[in-house]
Design a protein around this ligand. Structure first.
Ligand code: 6R9
Length: 566
């Protein structure tokens, strides 16, 4: 049995009202995502079904039913409401992949506030920028991460509450409060906040080339997109055990690690740990994972481990595998087909799009190396970079462009309407990536159209890295670029010009690394530092990252007429 149907028919006949019907949207149903992912499943008879299988770092296993998720998310919702947090205010979740993250997120949505999930590995500068921009009122965190919050708290005017999930017995200061959802009073009934489709739900920060990270604001309507794409692209069925390896600090971890599967009443697995090849294979075998959604870097790392390791495990439960976040090279698709018996289905989307927009639809012939075709309900093309008109010539490279209007599209960038508006040209939303389309409508990714670094499927803004470096007393100028890497796609390389009186040395490199370690996430940490006398700049004084990157990769340097000096 399968959900998928034929791609061509689905694409031709599709209408988003179909998702509304499936989610009982039109008969006075509640459209709050928190409710749809928990209470509704219980009303549909799934109260006792396992919603979450969680495995801790140490291998300890815990299971939560949909009824547990319903009650515990009520507890979170009541707790936040009692703290005095109003609908529309921002609550940040700054936790590792532990149950409180998943259940707390639904709780925030149930009481009408906006969830701001942030990657727990962020350093204090990265955290500060995002909390300050969002004017965040409360943060849900743990002992492990509270130090970072404490160090920046004085500077955050709006931040009134710091909630510590394992804070019992800790010495807490003013505004800090312990809340353990499993020990709190069980809240059987909670008056879920009535939202409209346009009520804000999630605020996900993403990196751009210039300026601070941008908060992509989503609304409760987005669940229609996540529901439909989870059903058809990930092909989830009632009996599946689904595993999405993404951290909910990033959009894949919320759209497909919380909302998608739970809107369908699916059992999902979460591992607290990051990537450890043997443990990953072991988890698939142990929990009989049927559908697996991960990132190309992880797949390439599995490839590197070799076939011997795969063969030690029984992966026969798997029936469908998919990948997102960066280009999935053809070799990886072919390898997985040979070794695991299943090809990875690449798909493409962004924080801004909220759901998958281009996919290798199950049942459709995969062209290894291609991202597939537009999802039903999505109109996608490539446009030229001057007039933003669709390029008719098959195989020509252009900018990926989408017709606005699907439900899970972001509604604005927080505090930054201007940048939001600049993403729309000639009636299209411009994704900022380049691709070509072949004669059968398959999309082939070419590259990003900006300087954002994609390392292991995570976007890192060069500006944030450069700003952190510039705070070091010896540094006069800095530039960060993505250096091609066979496994991570790109790693961060920093170019540095020193202030007078400082000389390049290994000690200085070490001092710089130690200096920025606290400020940035491990992903954003430069893997390589190169000292230069000065950095190439445009006439207006902007550092030319593209030139540095071209030099690094040995590419044609192109037009350098705007360079200030050589
Ligand atoms: C979901 C997610 C979005 C950017 C996107 C593009 C890159 C995503 C891709 C891909 C090639 C794919 N990207 N999927 N590149 N092939 N299948 O990753 O969101 O973190 O916002 O990143 O990632 O550059 O614009 P986000």
């Amino acid at each position: 049995m399968s959900n998928i149907g034929s791609y061509d028919e689905r694409y031709r006949d599709f209408d988003w009202s179909r998702a509304e019907e499936d989610l009982s949207w039109d008969d006075g149903g509640m459209i709050n995502i928190g409710y749809l992912c928990s209470d509704r499943n219980c009303e549909l008879g799934l109260a006792d079904k396992t919603a979450l299988i969680w495995e801790s770092f140490s291998g300890q296993e815990k299971r939560y039913s949909f009824n547990d998720i319903r009650i515990y998310s009520n507890s979170f919702a009541k707790f936040f409401r009692d703290l005095g947090i109003e609908p529309g205010e921002r609550i940040c979740i700054f936790l590792d992949k532990i149950p409180a993250l998943y259940i707390g997120l639904l709780g925030v949505l149930k009481m009408g506030a906006i969830v701001q999930p942030l990657f727990s590995a962020f350093g204090e500068d990265a955290l500060f920028t995002r909390l300050e921009d969002a004017g965040t009122e409360a943060i849900l965190t743990s002992r492990k991460h509270i130090g970072k919050v404490r160090r920046i708290r004085d500077k955050l005017k709006a931040l009134e509450h710091v909630v510590v999930v394992d804070g019992e017995g800790m010495e807490l200061s003013d505004g800090e409060v312990a809340f353990d959802f499993e020990k709190a009073e069980a809240v059987e009934r909670f008056d879920v906040y009535q939202v409209s489709p346009e009520t804000p739900s999630l605020l996900h920060y993403t990196s751009g080339t210039t300026g601070k990270p941008k908060g992509a604001l989503h609304v409760h309507h987005s669940i229609l997109g996540q529901y439909m794409t989870t059903k058809w692209v990930l092909d989830l069925l009632a009996e599946d055990i689904y595993w999405c390896t993404a951290d909910p600090g990033w959009v894949t971890g919320t759209s497909y690690g919380i909302i998608g599967p739970w809107s369908l009443g699916i059992t999902q697995l979460v591992l607290e740990m990051g990537f450890i090849p043997a443990r990953w294979y072991q988890a698939i075998e142990k929990y009989k994972v049927t559908v697996f959604y991960t990132a190309p870097t992880a797949i390439r790392m599995l490839m590197k481990e070799g076939e011997e390791l795969v063969k030690k495990y029984d992966l026969s439960s798997l029936r469908h595998t998919a990948s997102v976040g960066e280009p999935l090279n053809a070799e990886a698709v072919i390898w997985s087909e040979e070794v695991m018996g299943l090809p990875f289905h690449d798909n493409y989307w962004q924080t801004e799009t909220g759901c998958i927009v281009i996919a290798n639809y199950p049942g459709m012939k995969i062209r290894p190396g291609s991202m597939g075709k537009p999802f039903p309900g999505i109109t996608a093309t490539v446009v030229d970079p001057t007039e933003y008109k669709p390029i008719e010539k098959v195989g020509s490279v252009g900018l990926i462009a989408l017709k606005p209007g699907w439900p899970s599209m972001f509604r604005t960038y927080w505090n930054n309407q201007e940048t939001y508006d600049s993403k729309f040209k000639n009636g299209w939303y411009i994704c900022g990536d380049r691709a070509s389309i072949d004669e059968d409508g398959y999309f082939w990714f070419v590259g990003r159209d900006d300087d954002v670094i994609n390392t292991a499927g995570h976007l890192v803004g060069p500006f944030e890295i450069e700003s952190a470096l510039l705070e070091h007393p010896a540094i006069a100028e800095s530039a960060a670029i993505g250096k091609p890497d066979p496994v991570n796609m790109e790693v961060v390389k920093a170019f540095i010009a020193l202030k007078p009186g400082h000389e390049p040395s290994d000690e200085l490199k070490l001092s710089i690394i130690n200096f920025v370690r606290k400020k940035l996430s491990p992903l954003a940490m430069p893997q390589e530092i190169e000292f230069r006398e000065s950095l190439p700049k445009t006439r207006s004084g902007k550092i030319m990252r593209r030139l540095l990157k071209a030099q690094e990769t040995g590419e044609e340097i192109g037009d350098i007429s705007t360079l200030e000096d050589d």
